[in-house]
Design a protein around this ligand. Structure first.
Ligand code: Q0Z
Length: 270
């Protein structure tokens, strides 16, 4: 393999391109909370999330093809990188929700609906929705928040046929993910996926999938609607405001990612 070219820095990930035109999606150990990247890293976080994504891509392959390619990973990124084909990314964040939380809860409280979908009255923080809903969002520029949009706006942007495919794939990925996780005692409250077109015009699942950075995972035995739910990710970090995390907070946060990986896959970490 020839040289690596750095393409883009995300908050917690880096994108490189190899000399062969393969993209390397590298998950770092950085962690963000309240829209900020913290100074303290969480050891192995990037590896855990990458291995979880790879596990899910394999489980979801019968539902939707994905962007992974078989290419060597440079030793410096071992375990934390995915080699991907370059896609033409769909300019929509595809979100499916089975439970009410986050921006959907805020929208529901102010309008009784989310992305143009009217929800029943009487729901509270963490309530299960009558059925999973597709709640697409715009990809906001860096530093800004994604904005929820009605499915009709997705259709205006990408055409009705593609919009229908995005909704179908997103709901199928959510349903399959939620079903597998539920058997392991984990609620997938919501998940965000990214899709893109390959050179032949096929829609492929891209980016990371069903990780704690793209989804809300709740331990099912602690689920109790009417309050904010404890989640298998940054709970300890969010409860700790200063940017430098003390070692016990780092350790518990790392444990949370390991627990998400082990619970969902049934495998043991390391
Ligand atoms: C992913 C991201 C970052 C990692 C673009 N297969 C693909 N083809 C084209 N573009 C992408 C992908 Cl996955 C793509 N992202 C998000 C940002 C590090 C991933 F800094 N952006």
């Amino acid at each position: 393999m020839t040289g690596l070219r750095h393409v883009y820095s995300g908050k917690v990930r880096e994108l490189y391109e190899t000399g062969d035109g393969v993209l390397l999606l590298v998950a770092t150990d950085r962690i963000s909370a309240f829209d900020h990247v913290l100074e303290t890293e969480i050891p192995d976080k990037g590896k855990i999330l990458t291995q979880l994504s790879l596990w899910w891509f394999d489980r979801l392959a019968e539902i939707v093809p994905n962007h992974l390619v078989d290419a060597p990973i440079p030793a410096e990124f071992a375990g934390r990188a995915m080699a991907c084909r370059r896609l033409s990314m769909v300019p929509v964040e595809c979100v499916a929700r089975g439970y009410l939380a986050g921006s959907a809860l805020a929208d529901y409280r102010s309008s009784g609906s989310v992305c143009g979908v009217t929800l029943p009255a009487g729901l509270s923080d963490g309530s299960r929705l009558p059925r999973p809903v597709f709640t697409p969002a715009t990809k906001a520029p860096r530093g800004e928040h994604d904005q929820n949009i009605p499915a009709a706006v997705v259709a205006e942007r990408v055409g009705a046929d593609v919009a229908a495919e995005l909704e179908r794939i997103t709901l199928e990925v959510y349903l399959r993910g939620a079903e597998l996780a539920e058997r392991r005692g984990i609620i997938v409250a919501d998940t965000k996926i990214e899709l893109g077109f390959d050179s032949g015009g096929a829609l492929l699942l891209a980016d990371e999938v069903l990780t704690p950075d793209s989804s809300r995972f709740w331990p099912a035995d602690q689920w109790s609607p009417g309050r904010s739910q404890p989640s298998l990710d940054k709970q300890y970090v969010r409860d700790w405001l200063p940017p430098l995390l003390p070692e016990p907070v780092v350790e518990r946060t790392r444990d949370t990612y390991v627990r998400a990986y082990e619970s969902i896959t049934g495998l043991s970490w390391g």
